[in-house]
Design a binder for this molecule. Structure first.
Ligand code: ARG
Length: 401
């Protein structure tokens, strides 16, 4: 006997979550299924398709535009040079935000439970449910509970009058938003298998990228990118533009083995042109303005930051504390960096900041602002213990011979 009647489903419009709609009615006994699609910069036709299908198959559908909020999170990520084992964290960072939006609808609709289409093998279930549980919702995860195969899903969909876009065989699991596109599963599960060129959609084959390099100037204010080539624009537009420019030059492809939270290793392919360009430029600017010790310590903070994001633990108080540290360092990360884009590579070639710690009049071969002779005393102390150690070792050897 089911006492519940209303469920809100986090909805992408894909086969898995679409199959969840009749499942939630038939197998879980809900009277009403409400779908929620959260826009975080996935392709427009994907949003439209989800909206169409949600309206058609569910009792009610919501599309929520969270792009602005996602960009705010991406600004935090840029300041933190966010990256987990080489992965730029696009999906990871978005999940708690999507979950928050789904919760808003569930509360408004006084839903009895929230459902999602994650499997029991990945990270996304953890990232979503952390937020759902925080608000006291019961969670339904049909994909995790029922161990469904693709064939079964297609058959079940057909029986329920759901048109499956199965004409074009989709052999991979894909997730994309403004920051990154991930491709996994299918043949890619064999790590000895070289990904075919057609898995990539955002980036061109670097060997076929333009023969002319392109220099792009990126301006930062307190660690946040604000302009490209002297044209100011909001973050959403700026990231879209860099994805297009970088994609053309074949920038931001990753093929890697990743350690999931559960401990499983997985083979993941990602593309993320804007992320690669922005993090490369941001790191370069930081080298100009941050002290040696800030840079060294910030690396540790960044690693911790990225891990919290990857694990979906951004509600941990540590996350706020790390961001407070990072924001303090970013006060001076204002200026610009020029990067050269060429056949898959992005290389900083010039940089400027009014708050630079680099003083050419001190460093230059051609100036006398600092008397070089002062270094002689420093040098006499430098490495002293190592030199003493050498003597100690000779003594040790002779003592035991
Ligand atoms: N491995 C990445 C992560 O854990 C990407 C996951 C993509 N999610 C998906 N449902 N296909 O964040």
């Amino acid at each position: 006997m089911h006492v519940m009647s209303k469920v809100v489903l986090s909805y992408s419009g894909g086969l898995d979550t679409t199959v969840c709609i009749p499942l939630l009615r038939e197998k879980y006994g809900f009277d009403e299924v409400i779908t929620v699609t959260v826009d975080i910069g996935q392709p427009e036709d994907e949003i439209r398709k989800a909206e169409e299908r949600g309206r058609k198959y569910a009792d009610k559908h919501y599309t929520i535009d969270a792009r602005k909020e996602y960009v705010e999170l991406l600004f935090k990520l840029i300041k933190a040079n966010g990256e987990y084992e080489g992965y730029v964290l696009g999906t990871a960072l978005a999940r708690p935000l999507i979950a928050e939006k789904v919760v808003e609808v569930a509360r408004k609709e006084k839903a009895d439970a929230i459902a999602h289409g994650c499997t029991g093998k990945g990270n996304d279930q953890l990232r979503f449910e952390n937020i759902f549980y925080q608000y006291g919702f019961k969670v339904i995860a049909p994909m995790r509970e029922m161990n469904l195969t693709r064939e079964w899903e297609i058959e079940y969909a057909k029986q329920h009058g759901i048109d499956v876009p199965a004409t074009k065989e989709k052999p991979y699991s894909i997730d994309e938003n403004l920051w990154s596109r991930s491709i996994e599963g299918g043949k890619l599960e064999d790590p000895t298998f070289i990904p075919p060129e057609d898995i990539w959609e955002w980036t061109s084959d670097p060997s076929k990228a333009p023969d002319e390099p392109e220099i792009v100037k990126i301006e930062f204010e307190r660690g946040i990118p604000v302009a490209i080539n002297d044209e100011e624009m909001d973050g959403l537009e700026l990231i879209k533009r860099l994805n297009a420019i970088g994609g053309k030059h074949g920038i931001g492809r990753t093929d890697m083995i990743e350690d999931r939270v559960l401990g499983l290793k997985s083979r993941e392919c990602y593309e993320h042109p804007a992320a690669t360009i922005l993090i490369t430029a941001h790191r370069d600017l930081e080298k100009l303005v941050l002290s040696r010790r800030e840079l060294k310590f910030k690396r540790i903070v960044e690693e911790e930051w990225a891990e919290l994001v990857y694990y979906g633990l951004t509600n941990d108080p540590l996350f706020e504390a790390l961001n407070a540290f990072i924001d303090k360092t970013q006060e001076r990360v204002t200026g610009w960096v020029m990067v050269k884009l060429f056949k898959g590579s992005v290389m900083p070639v010039a940089r400027f900041s009014p708050y630079s710690l680099y003083k050419p009049e001190l460093t230059s071969f051609d100036t006398t602002a600092i008397d070089q002779r002062f270094a002689e005393g420093f040098s006499k102390f430098h490495g002293l213990q190592g030199r003493i150690y050498k003597d100690v070792m000779s003594k040790l050897k002779s003592d035991f011979n």
